[in-house]
Design a protein around this ligand. Structure first.
Ligand SMILES: O=P(O)(O)OC[C@H]1O[C@H](O)[C@H](O)[C@@H](O)[C@@H]1O
Ligand SMILES: [Fe+2]
Length: 185
């Protein structure tokens, strides 16, 4: 009998940094988040090249492969635009029925979720928190603390990102700081 050799790359995440062959790193600056924050005056006062978050991804198969899984670690920097926390762009999946796991590694934050009926809710993220994001639910993360918020994610490789709807219409509620605590408004 012939055995097909399966090559398992050695991957690791120490200090929330994903390492290994094939890991790619991408970054998003505040300039790339234009339009997502409510307070345009506050936004225009921040440098466009300021780093908002970095994503380490391990994408072993090309997008579109059924059954494949992707893995990523996002490091979201602390900060606010007016009373709104720094946050990720946010997206639905292109393939509506594709789900995802997020889990907290370091720092404090909130996972903001919105279903197809535009109901928005949020879950607290902290080291060890685990979040199941069902298909058809848009997701975005806000850093509500004073240090880096780091979280991991695992999602189907054929999920795809649909940014358009969130870019155009946003979420139906915003996470803002009220008297020192995060509130959905
Ligand atoms: O894509 P964004 O909404 O900017 O979020 C940033 C990233 O967060 C996680 O790592 C997700 O698994 C990625 O798929 C996503 O790209
Ligand atoms: Fe996603």
């Amino acid at each position: 009998m012939e055995h097909k050799k399966i090559v398992i790359p050695s991957l690791s995440f120490f200090q929330d940094e994903l390492k290994g062959e094939g890991v790619v790193k991408s970054r998003r600056t505040l300039g790339e988040l234009a339009g997502i924050f409510e307070n345009q005056d506050a936004y225009s006062q921040l440098p466009l090249d300021q780093l908002a978050y970095e994503v380490y991804s391990y994408l072993p198969e090309r997008e579109g492969t059924p059954g494949g899984l992707y893995f990523g670690i996002t490091q979201l920097y602390p900060g606010k635009v007016g009373d709104e926390y720094f946050m990720t762009k946010g997206h639905f999946h292109q393939q509506e029925d594709r789900s995802e796991y997020y889990w907290g590694l370091e720092g404090e934050g909130m996972l903001i979720l919105m279903d197809r009926e535009r109901n928005t809710w949020a879950e607290r993220m902290m080291p060890g928190s685990l979040h199941y994001i069902p298909g058809g639910v848009a997701h975005r993360v806000a850093n509500t603390g004073n240090s880096v918020l780091s979280f991991a994610a695992c999602w189907p490789s054929d999920a795809g990102h649909n940014y358009e709807e969130i870019a155009n219409k946003g979420f139906s509620a915003r996470l803002v700081e009220v008297d020192g605590t995060p509130k959905l408004r």
